[in-house]
Design a protein around this ligand. Structure first.
Ligand code: G16
Length: 543
């Protein structure tokens, strides 16, 4: 077949480094950018096969998101804008590591009974990393080697590319597959929502955004004119000076529990940070004593689900609302959601693909990881009921207002995946409508003090977990040790899991005081180091 000859010819230009093994992990392939050229070419091939297989447009986003600038990676996007199906993740790993590329390629074609004469379309996007241009070219080479058509969106955020894929495959029903279409849809919905905030002052329209020195900063600038001054963004860490994700961005702020560098915080004002590809967001402020307060994904999920539940009640719509979290969710947030809010709470494995899947079971589901990665899903039936109600001429004013707010909420949200820009607009709209300050939002419940640490081990797959990653099944003795350490502290909880995006093991601990959370996290880190083959220096106490 001429296509295979072309693949063979082109693959010589994208050689696989000997001895390198890659895994399609939590959010795709990710490692040092030096090692990725062959994998990018091959993922271009795979995206083309997936497009032929689904008879739809597929997306390939070149990014390593929160990782340091020298890393890169790729996320594959399925037809409805969701993360690629798990069965195909396995093919991605096989293909990336194949020594005999054509055999693996032919094997996938046979197993999936792919019609090679079917047309293929692939959308490609990239973040601002210096390696991204070269690597996205390798993806485009892969697509053309199998005679696929590609559209290069160039610099876009990850959620923007997810959005484009869904728009394309739903023939405009979701929106227009252009950046202008994306900004118009989200900003118009935001403006409609904030029209309901009659007492909104000019001060409440101000928000400071840390762009992580990445693509999010460029895109916020691009969006500004669409906001018609209804939100006035002061942008810092915009990429003009600092390094991507270095001492800034959502991951830094969440893990370090401190503000990013690059600006001075004014007490009481609202700030938020995006991550490197703008699919995560966290909020924060300092109080008059200079104390830093973080509003992470759990606080965001609480704000969004409360708002939606209230509106659904006002609209008289009996729809099931759920919140999907992960093991990292602060114990206080889960307690508040279950006992005060009385919403259904589910725990999924880390990775938005798992949360997204769990959320699809409900009429309305807010899914968020503590790290700020999340969105809201409405089932088709729920959307239909809301739209019907909004158009019903025989309902009272309260119901009408609630139905219209819900309709605009659907439009401000990017339902394909967590989206820092869309989440920011929704959060700002909720605060405006409820007339709520960031301090009032923060006071809804008090987080249990917590700490996250990383441990370097020889092979992180030595740790295996179960129960949505809340318990370790290997190495032997790991879980018993964690249990006995947890028992030493009050209101304590801890777990360990291998990261799917970095070559480390993650440790999470929470307890009644920060000292206890820090001590527990350190003791569990030591246990990981000793039982799972730690490398380098033993973890040191935090204080
Ligand atoms: C990715 C995933 C997230 C996940 C994070 C950390 O985020 O999309 O769902 O929480 O990695 O994963 P891990 O703990 O396995 O390293 P991003 O923003 O880097 O794409």
């Amino acid at each position: 077949m001429a296509q295979f000859q072309e693949v063979e010819k082109q693959s010589i230009m994208h050689p696989k480094p000997p001895g390198l093994t890659l895994h399609y992990g939590t959010a795709g392939l990710r490692t040092n950018a030096k090692h990725l050229d062959h994998a990018m070419f091959r993922m271009g091939l795979l995206a083309t096969l997936r497009s032929k297989n689904t008879k739809a447009t597929i997306g390939v986003m070149v990014t390593a998101s929160h990782n340091p600038e020298e890393d890169n990676g790729l996320k594959l996007i399925d037809p409805m804008g969701e993360m690629m199906a798990p069965a195909w993740e396995h093919y991605a790993t096989q293909l990336a590591n194949a020594d005999d590329l054509l055999t693996v390629l032919k094997d996938i074609i046979e197993k999936e009974a792919i019609n090679m004469s079917q047309e293929a379309n692939v959308f490609v996007g990239k973040d601002t990393r210096s390696s991204s241009a070269r690597l996205s070219q390798a993806v485009l080479d892969g697509v053309s080697a199998l005679d696929g058509h590609s559209k290069d969106y160039g610099l876009v955020t990850t959620p923007q590319l997810h959005y484009m894929v869904r728009c394309q495959n739903t023939k405009g029903k979701y929106g227009e597959a252009t950046l202008d279409g994306y900004y118009s849809k989200l900003c118009q919905a935001f403006i409609q929502l904030t029209k309901n905030a009659s007492n909104r002052t000019d001060d409440q329209k101000l928000l400071s955004v840390d762009g992580a020195n990445g693509i999010g900063a460029l895109k916020v600038r691009e969006m500004e004119s669409h906001l018609k001054k209804e939100l006035q963004i002061s942008l810092f860490n915009d990429g003009s000076q600092g390094k991507l994700n270095y001492q800034c961005g959502a991951d830094f702020v969440k893990v370090q529990q401190k503000p990013p560098t690059g600006f001075k915080m004014n007490p009481g004002e609202r700030y938020c940070s995006f991550d490197g590809d703008a699919d995560r967001i966290v909020y924060y402020y300092t109080d008059s004593e200079g104390q830093f307060h973080l509003l992470d994904g759990d606080k965001i999920a609480t704000l969004m689900s409360t708002f939606l539940k209230e509106l659904l009640e006002q609209a008289g719509l009996n729809l099931k609302v759920a919140v999907v979290q992960t093991a990292y969710a602060n114990g206080s947030s889960t307690h508040y959601l279950e006992n005060t809010m009385k919403v259904i709470v589910r725990c999924a494995k880390t990775g938005v693909k798992h949360l997204h899947h769990a959320a699809q079971e409900f009429d309305v589901a807010v899914y968020f990881e503590s790290n700020g990665h999340g969105t809201v899903l409405f089932s088709e039936a729920a959307e239909e009921k809301i739209c019907q109600l909004a158009e019903d001429p025989n309902i009272n004013d309260e119901k009408k207002r609630a139905a219209l707010l819900l309709q605009n909420t659907i439009n401000v949200i990017n339902q394909t995946v967590g989206d820092a820009i869309s989440d920011m607009l929704f959060i700002e709209a909720i605060l405006a409508i409820k007339g709520m300050s960031v301090q009032q939002w923060d006071a809804v419940y008090a987080d249990l003090p917590n700490r996250q640490l990383k441990v370097k081990v020889a092979d992180r797959r030595a740790i295996d977990t179960t129960d949505a990653e809340r318990r370790a099944v290997s190495p032997p003795g790991m879980q018993d040790t964690v249990d006995s350490l947890v028992n030493k502290y009050k209101q304590a909880r801890s777990f360990v899991r291998p990261s799917g995006t970095e070559d480390i093991v993650r440790v999470y601990a929470e307890a009644d005081t920060q000292e206890s959370a820090d001590a527990l996290a350190h003791e569990v880190s030591l246990a990981v180091y000793r039982l799972a083959g730690g490398v380098g220096e033993e973890p040191k106490p935090l204080h």
